[in-house]
Design a protein around this ligand. Structure first.
Ligand code: SAH
Length: 205
């Protein structure tokens, strides 16, 4: 998976490649899908949600430029796979999932794999996690109609935000860096995520 899908497409960050070699992705999907877990595609994880394609996990993680001192906020725990990758690279990961069944499953597997540096909660992640802010990095793994201002506000100076922004069918993966004098945005390319649903995202159907 790592050499054919990730290194071959230009991901060079050693920490990211190492984390993706280490974390057992098959444990984050249901038993019936375990033999497909290392394929080049997203997979269903229940509740109409998906575990992201391995390459997109690598691309987003590399863009966060994590160090072992960083505190990172993740919105959209889902399977917990991206959470585990972040936990390998950062000091502490704060992760929020809105759907209780997914939250419980992810918490269980992260505990079994002994990721003691993960703090998880079940709530609306579009509000961020003000009590624990500011963060060195924020990653949003669901598509948003725009960049919620709260995420930029909860970034430290020098902090990085990675978020898919667009309509419900396609989004641009944006990287926003907060500096003393403002927020600087780069477009990393097209992507497709499930909807970010909440107060500062899409409204519930
Ligand atoms: N990183 C995950 C991606 C899961 S899909 C993985 O690779 O497994 C995106 C997840 O975001 C879904 O589980 C969905 O329920 C969750 N989500 C959507 N809106 C949210 C919100 N406002 N707060 C927290 N989680 C949200």
């Amino acid at each position: 998976m790592v050499s054919k899908q990730i290194e071959a497409r230009g991901i060079r960050d050693h920490g990211v490649l190492e984390a993706m070699r280490k974390v057992p992705r098959h444990l984050f999907v249901g038993e019936a899908l375990q033999d497909q877990a290392y394929g080049d595609f997203p997979l269903p994880i229940g509740e109409g949600q998906t575990i992201s394609q391995p390459y997109i996990v690598a691309e987003m993680t590399q863009a966060l430029e994590l160090t072992k001192e960083d505190r990172v906020l993740e919105i959209g725990t889902g399977s917990g796979y991206q959470t585990a990758i972040l936990a390998e690279l950062a000091y502490r990961v704060y992760t929020i999932e809105r759907l209780r069944t997914l939250f419980i499953k992810a918490r269980k597997i992260l505990d079994e794999l002994q990721y003691h540096n993960v703090v998880a909660k079940c709530s609306d992640g579009t509000l961020g996690w003000p009590e624990e802010s500011p963060f060195d990095a924020i990653i949003v793994t669901a598509g948003s109609p725009e960049v919620p201002e709260v995420f930029v506000e909860q970034l430290d100076v020098g902090g990085r935000l990675v978020i898919p922004v667009g309509n419900q069918y396609s989004q641009s993966l944006l990287k926003i860096v907060r500096r003393e004098d403002g927020a600087y945005k780069t477009d990393l390319g097209g992507c497709r995520f499930v909807k970010l649903i909440g107060e500062h995202g899409w409204k519930e159907e």
